[in-house]
Design a protein around this ligand. Structure first.
Ligand code: RET
Length: 251
């Protein structure tokens, strides 16, 4: 009999909680946008898009949309029992990848505008980021026992290294050159971002990759990360931006 790995009550409750958090953050960020002149609203608008997309993605997952089954045949080498296979159907929330393919470029745009990164570097950063998320999606549905799954994962990690390289080298240099408090703030919020983002591929490896976390535990781990990476990151950026005139974006 195949084994089904699915969310239970705990998982669904967590998805609803994050949906509410993302919705409240979207309302608060919109309110903050109205309290600054239109010329200072660029970060507010980008950051509100991020939490709105997350709210939609969490609504989909909490109502049972946005997930598909990944079928895995695991070979078991029992003594005296040759070639036994064990079938697993594990839920994969592909809605996360749709969310991430839109929100991670927007998060990077927030950081790139703060640093004052040039157009070429912004394009490379966002291109590498899209490759990371889309190859991560292929990894999630990749076949085991072939190079496919971990091959895609490796490619995604290389793309992630390009994103890190852009932020750490070009981003920091541009931010420090802007003078004032921008350099210090970019180092702080950029460091926070790298720390949180780096936990995603680790959770992926333990949950989707090797199935050492059940679906509920996976939902909870990503919930904590998503709240840190979107509403907490966003609130920090918006409140600090208002007090640093050099962080203004001229468009
Ligand atoms: C995957 C798996 C493949 C390898 C790598 C990954 C990285 C994902 C990251 C996601 C960040 C998401 C954020 C969401 C916003 O809330 C796709 C998990 C490297 C870095 C910040």
């Amino acid at each position: 009999l195949p084994e089904y790995q699915v969310a239970t009550e705990t998982g669904f409750r967590t998805l609803w909680v994050v949906f509410v958090v993302m919705t409240v953050a979207s309302v608060v960020f919109t309110g903050l946008a109205w309290n600054v002149p239109a010329s200072k609203r660029v970060y507010h608008i980008i950051t509100t898009f991020i939490t709105v997309i997350a709210a939609l993605s969490y609504f989909a997952m909490a109502t049972g949309h946005g997930a598909s089954y990944h079928h895995v045949k695991v070979k078991e080498s029992h003594k005296h029992v040759p070639d036994t296979t064990h079938e697993i159907y594990r839920e994969v929330y592909y809605a996360r990848y749709i969310d991430w393919s839109l929100t991670t470029p927007l998060l990077l745009l927030d950081l790139a505008l703060l640093a004052g990164l040039n157009g070429a570097d912004i394009l490379v950063t966002i291109f590498a980021d899209l490759i990371m998320i889309l190859t991560g999606l292929f990894a999630a549905f990749g076949a085991e026992g072939t190079p496919q799954k971990w091959g895609w994962y490796t490619i995604a990690c290389i793309a992630y290294l390009v994103v890190i390289f852009e932020l750490v080298f070009h981003g920091r240099r541009a931010a420090v050159a802007k003078g004032g408090k921008v350099g210090n703030f970019f180092n702080a919020i950029g460091g926070f971002t790298l720390l949180i983002w780096t936990v995603y591929p680790i959770i992926w490896g333990i949950a989707d990759g090797s199935r050492n976390l059940n679906i509920d535990e996976e939902i909870i781990a990503y919930a904590v990360l998503d709240i840190l990476a979107k509403p907490i990151f966003g609130a920090w950026l918006l409140f600090t931006h208002v007090s640093i005139p050099e962080s203004n974006v001229e468009i």
